[in-house]
Design a protein around this ligand. Structure first.
Ligand code: C5P
Length: 231
């Protein structure tokens, strides 16, 4: 049975890993495949929402199902700076914004115009990094009255209590309505087909706990968003 419970909503979703250039041929990147964010976008679109997807770097083939979806508009970006501009535009009048992208915490301060040559140094090289702005926190600061802002947090923790504790602190620090805390280990999270997530709301309650396919996680997250908006 097709659900249309998100019809009438416009949602902005970011996904993938940003790349921060070092020189014309090198970058700082991360292991995000982009799959979870793409499933968040597809699940919303399949349930009737109008979706604006901002995709940084994703694995080959991950975007194929998005390309022809009638309710998904796709914008591709590379750096955290690009993603920031695109996401602010996408989220501005959206009902819901979900930041799934793995945004680089730092960028290279002075990107070299020319390829850095090992012959030029003394056997060492230093990269000076500067912090990127927290896009999620900016979206919260710019939030419209009826807007729901959702974040993801990839955490490695051996104890469930520790994972929850970190998630609650991060939710409060970022000021988001809902935070999906993503347990990252070798079998789940980055690069994997399966994921395990707990969703924490702004009363510090665990409103959803789901493990399974990235689509199942995405659908559970949208259920949590709908429940939160109906309060
Ligand atoms: O603090 P942490 O990086 O774990 O937070 C993760 C959440 O914040 C994700 O939703 C991610 O997309 C978002 N984020 C962001 N801007 C950054 C870093 C992370 O929006 N510069």
């Amino acid at each position: 049975p097709t659900r249309t419970d998100l019809a009438g909503l416009t949602v902005a979703v970011s996904t993938g890993g940003t790349r921060e250039p070092i020189d014309p041929v090198r970058f700082l990147g991360n292991r995000s495949s982009g799959r979870q964010g793409v499933e968040v976008a597809l699940a919303a679109a399949d349930r009737g929402a109008q979706v604006r997807l901002v995709a940084a770097h994703v694995d080959d083939g991950v975007l194929s199902a998005v390309a022809h979806h009638p309710r998904i508009g796709l914008e591709r970006v590379s750096t955290a700076g690009d993603l920031r501009t695109a996401m602010h535009a996408a989220a501005a009048d959206a009902d819901v914004a979900v930041m799934v992208a793995a945004v680089a915490d730092f960028r290279v301060d002075a990107v070299s115009d020319e390829k850095i040559r090992k012959e030029d140094g003394d056997g060492t090289a230093t990269l000076r990094l500067v912090a990127n702005p927290d896009i999620l926190a900016e979206l919260v600061a710019a939030r419209g009255e009826a807007q729901t802002i959702v974040g993801f947090a990839a955490e490695t923790a051996t104890e469930d209590a520790e994972l929850l504790d970190r998630g609650r602190r991060k939710r409060a620090r970022k000021g988001v309505d809902l935070l999906a805390v993503n347990r990252v280990d070798w079998a789940r999270g980055f690069e994997a087909a399966e994921n395990a997530v707990v969703v924490i709301d702004d009363a510090d309650d665990v409103v959803t706990e789901v493990s399974g396919s990235k689509r199942a996680v995405a659908d559970a997250l949208w259920d949590a968003v709908l429940a939160h908006r109906a309060r």
